[in-house]
Structure formats: structure tokens, C-alpha cells
Design a protein around this ligand. Structure first.
Ligand code: BES
Ligand code: ZN
Ligand code: ZN
Length: 500
């Protein structure tokens, strides 16, 4: 998409449609007042009559009948100026974006300064715009013979503003990068597992690495065997698809230290294995690599924005299948860390894959760890589908993740993690750990298991089983994959400060 920035006044600029922000306030000021004058005060009347609404996220469209150069105005309700939040701004823009998409325009204008408040300057609005627009207009075209792809694609957006163009341009770039990285994550999650095998996921990661100059390492099965990755290999045992351990390294500092490790669950399909899922629970399990997608989406954003940080992304990937060679309940396996694990449930496979992912991230120098995974149905029971569940062993590091998630507008909620929880994952008569201590608090158990592989490094666990997909469309996207946590992870990296 092409963004242009233009000093032309809204009353002069020529577009098929121009988006205008409208606040709930006693009377118009600034550019809206100028527009109202061109309309001989009719805009004020339309607000009074309710034909133009300032209610948050409400969209109203009018034809200008030649009173302005622009053919139509699309008003976005923003509510009271003082009550505007960045989340609301993003969602309101998302609603406008969906409207514009329905209009099938190839270009439109934005009266950027009509969105500016005391709290949010033109750069903030520009960031919100490019991000929300990119997210809201995302579509997964699928594989129909008759393509879903629209005939008219949006090509350019013209931002009208009296503000410094350089700052606005930079902010547009940042928002656009966040939007695109998230959309890439969505596409990976929306792809079926016969098309997105671990091999394909690894190829995708390698291409990303090539594009952004990341150091890339893709381990194959033999290399994993040599390194003793018995946990990931056990999950792969029943599959005809080879497993992959995917590593991307982004070095934004002179020295390879203070490295943030991002570990994403990359189960391309989860049947449950011998602890097989009921048939209704299997449909949708192509999304079980949502953690991997979030990490790759974040790496794309990081590659675009190049923050001065060090990051190692690690994705243990396989599908979880059944066959004569598959791993079974009661098996005891040995992880790369040396810890042995009694398998009580083959459907608790994500934590096994992550165990070796965490160890391998440390092997590559990670000094902080975040794991992201569609790990448990339990987190959906506990928090619903709009909140990511978190666990941590480090207050300060968690605070940084929480701030990033607030900035991204991705809700996370911390679950308790106590010595008793650790005891439950450590309770096995014949191994160091067990992978399924029972259904009580099992979102916590999933995280607690992964935490055993953090050792003493600051670590945050993010369970996105509920948030990785959405059953219905919303302001910032369609139904299906959400790209959950791609932006949070990227922002964590962008804003990261080493703890003392
Ligand atoms: N991939 C699932 C979790 C999941 C469930 C993701 C629903 C998205 C939607 C995971 O591997 C799993 O099966 N977890 C089990 C763990 C249990 C066996 C301890 C679960 O949550 O039931
Ligand atoms: Zn499972
Ligand atoms: Zn799973």
C-alpha cells in the first residue's frame, strides 16, 4: 500500500472519499468548521439530526454534491475527546476501514488533523491509522476455484495534514509494519496443515530470514536426534511429516548479550495423538501453530523496524498424529535438557515441543524467555476468548510484557503460579516431570510445565488458545486467525530494557 502525505486542506483535496474524525463536542472547530462553512452550516444540522454520529466507532457517510472537491465524506465517531483511548482510536479507524473496503475504492483521503487531540498528536494518529487500516482490511482469500480476491484493490491512502510530514511518514511506517506482521501471522494460522507442514513453515521462516538478514538455522530430524531433543521427537513419532526446529537470530546490538528468546509452539495439526480429541475438538486444530505464527509475525515487524535489541526466535514444529509408531500415554521420554518426562496425555504435546524449544533458545544465548502457545483449552474456560493467559517467574520482566500488550491493545491476564503448582508437574513416580497433572487448573499446569525449562531465567508464558482465533469478525479483523501476540512480542522487543 502506498501512503502519501499532503499539506492540501481537506476542503480543497480531491478524492473519491475522505475520512473525517468527529468528536462529541458542542460545536465544530478547525477543519470541520471550515468544511461546515462550505456546506453553509448543513454539517452542524446533520450532526443535530443524527445523520452524522459522533458516537464511538459509528460511521456516517454523506455525498458532498460538489460543495467540496472530495466526492464523499466518511465520518468516524470518536466520542468525547477526553475519553478517547488509543484502543478506541484504532477500533474506530478499523470500522471506517471496513466501510471503505465495502466501497471498493482504490484510493481515498484522510483528514488526519480531525483525529488529533491533546493526548494523541498527528504521529500517534498516523500510527493508529496505518496499523488499524492494515488489520481491519485483512482477508484470507482461501483456495476457491473462483478467487475471493476483490477486483479493485486499495492502492493508496492520502493523508492530509498540516503537521510535520517526516514524523507522520515515520509513524505510518511503524503502524504499517505492525499491521503487516500481524496479518502474516494470521495467514499462517489460517492455512490448513496439509499446505502448511513443518517443512513449509521452516521454508517460510527461512525466506523471512533471507529478507531481513536474520541468521537462520533449521534443524532436521537427524540433527535433533544428535542434540537429544527427545520431547519434540516424541510428539513427531507418529507422523510422516518430518519435524523442524526453526531458529532465527536478529542481532541489533554489537554484542550477543541480553538476548530475548521468543519460543512459539509450532504444532501444525493436533489430533491429540492416542489421547485423541473428540471429533468436534479436532476441527480447527490447524491453528495449533498460533504461537509460532506470533513469533514469526513479531520477527517480521522487528526486521522492518530494526530495534537495537538481540532476539532469538525458536519454533519447535511438528504435527501430532497417530500411527503404529506414535508415542503413547505411559511412555517416558528424555528432553534436551536431560529432564525425563512421563507422558500421561499425548494431547498435552505443546508443552513437550516447547520444552526442547526453551532449552534450545538458551543454547543460543537467550537470557530472557517468552513462550507463546495455543496451549490449553483450560485457558479458554478460565479467561474466555478475548484474554491471553500469562504465567511468570519474574515480576519485572512480566511488567514489560504487560506494558507491551497494553500498547498493542492485546489483553493479557496473569494466572497464579505457586510452589504447589511446580510440585504437581514434578510429581511422577518414574520420571522428573509428568506432562498432565490433571484437569484442575490445567492452564496453570501447562505453563508450569514449560517453566521447568526456564531454569532461573526471567520467563513469561503466554497461552493464546483462546485469542489466536476469533469466531466472528470484529473492528480490526475478520473471523478466523487474529495474529494474537505478534504485536505484543514486537513491542516488547522494541521497548525492552535490561533488568538490573
Ligand atoms: N492444542 C490444544 C489446546 C487448544 C484447545 C488450543 C482448544 C486451541 C483450542 C492442546 O494441545 C491441548 O490439547 N491441550 C489439552 C491439555 C490437556 C490434555 C492437559 C487441553 O487443553 O485439553
Ligand atoms: Zn493437544
Ligand atoms: Zn496442541
Amino acid at each position: 500500500m502506498n501512503f502519501t502525505i499532503n499539506g492540501t486542506k481537506v476542503t480543497e483535496a480531491k478524492h473519491e472519499c475522505t475520512i473525517v474524525g468527529v468528536f462529541n463536542q458542542p460545536s465544530f472547530d478547525g477543519e470541520l468548521l471550515e468544511m461546515d462553512k462550505a456546506f453553509q452550516g448543513y454539517l452542524t444540522d446533520l450532526v443535530k439530526e443524527g445523520d452524522i454520529s459522533s458516537k464511538p466507532k459509528k460511521i456516517s457517510k454523506i455525498h458532498t454534491f460538489g460543495k467540496l472537491n472530495t466526492k464523499r465524506l466518511l465520518f468516524v465517531g470518536l466520542g468525547k475527546q477526553k475519553e478517547l483511548t488509543f484502543d478506541l482510536l484504532r477500533e474506530a479507524i478499523g470500522a471506517a476501514a471496513k466501510s471503505i473496503k465495502d466501497m471498493k475504492l482504490s484510493s481515498f483521503g484522510v483528514a488526519l488533523d480531525t483525529f488529533v487531540t491533546e493526548e494523541f498528536n498527528a504521529e500517534d494518529v498516523a500510527h493508529a491509522f496505518s496499523e488499524a487500516f492494515t488489520l481491519a482490511t485483512y482477508e484470507f482469500y482461501g483456495y476457491k476455484q473462483k478467487s475471493n480476491e476483490p477486483e479493485v484493490l486499495l492502492e493508496s491512502v492520502d493523508f492530509l495534514t498540516a503537521s510535520d510530514h517526516k514524523g507522520v511518514r515515520a509513524a505510518l511506517h511503524v503502524g504499517y509494519a505492525h499491521g503487516r506482521g500481524t496479518n502474516s501471522a494470521r495467514t499462517l494460522v489460517n492455512m490448513p496443515s496439509n499446505m502448511l507442514t513443518s517443512t513449509k513453515l521452516a521454508e517460510y521462516a527461512a525466506e523471512l530470514g533471507e529478507k531481513y538478514g536474520f541468521e537462520t538455522e533449521i534443524l532436521d530430524k537427524e540433527e535433533m536426534e544428535r542434540l537429544g531433543m527427545g520431547a519434540l521427537l516424541a510428539v513427531n513419532q507418529g507422523s510422516v511429516e518430518p519435524p523442524k526446529m526453526i531458529v532465527l537470530k536478529y542481532a541489533g546490538k554489537d554484542e550477543w548479550k541480553d538476548v530475548i528468546g521468543l519460543v512459539g509452539k509450532g504444532i501444525t495439526f493436533d489430533t491429540g495423538g492416542y489421547s485423541i480429541k473428540p471429533k468436534d475438538g479436532i476441527v480447527g486444530m490447524k491453528t495449533d501453530m498460533g504461537g509460532a505464527a506470533a513469533v514469526l509475525g513479531a520477527m517480521e515487524i522487528i526486521g522492518e523496524l530494526k530495534p537495537e535489541q538481540n532476539v532469538v526466535a525458536v519454533i519447535p514444529s511438528t504435527d501430532n498424529m497417530i500411527s503404529g509408531s506414535a508415542f503413547k500415554p505411559d511412555d517416558v521420554i528424555t528432553s534436551m535438557s536431560g529432564k525425563t518426562i512421563e507422558v500421561l496425555n499425548t494431547d498435552a504435546e505443546g508443552r513437550l515441543a516447547l520444552a526442547d524449544g526453551m532449552t534450545y533458545a538458551k543454547h543460543h544465548g537467550a537470557s530472557y524467555l517468552v513462550d507463546v502457545a495455543t496451549l490449553t483449552g483450560g485457558v479458554i474456560v478460565a479467561l474466555g476468548t478475548d484474554k491471553t493467559g500469562a504465567l511468570t517467574n519474574d515480576e519485572g520482566f512480566f511488567e514489560q510484557v504487560l506494558e507491551a500488550s497494553n500498547e498493542a491493545g492485546e489483553f493479557i491476564w496473569r494466572l497464579p503460579y505457586t510452589e504447589k503448582d511446580k510440585k504437581r508437574v514434578r510429581s511422577s513416580k518414574i520420571a522428573d516431570l509428568n506432562n498432565s497433572p490433571g484437569r484442575e487448573g490445567h492452564a496453570i499446569m501447562g505453563g508450569a510445565f514449560v517453566g521447568e525449562f526456564a531454569d532461573n531465567l526471567p520467563w513469561v508464558h503466554l497461552d493464546i488458545a483462546g485469542t489466536a482465533t476469533s469466531a466472528s469478525s470484529y473492528e480490526l479483523g475478520p473471523e478466523g486467525a487474529t495474529g494474537s501476540m505478534a504485536r505484543t512480542l514486537a513491542l516488547l522487543v522494541e521497548r525492552f530494557e535490561v533488568e538490573n
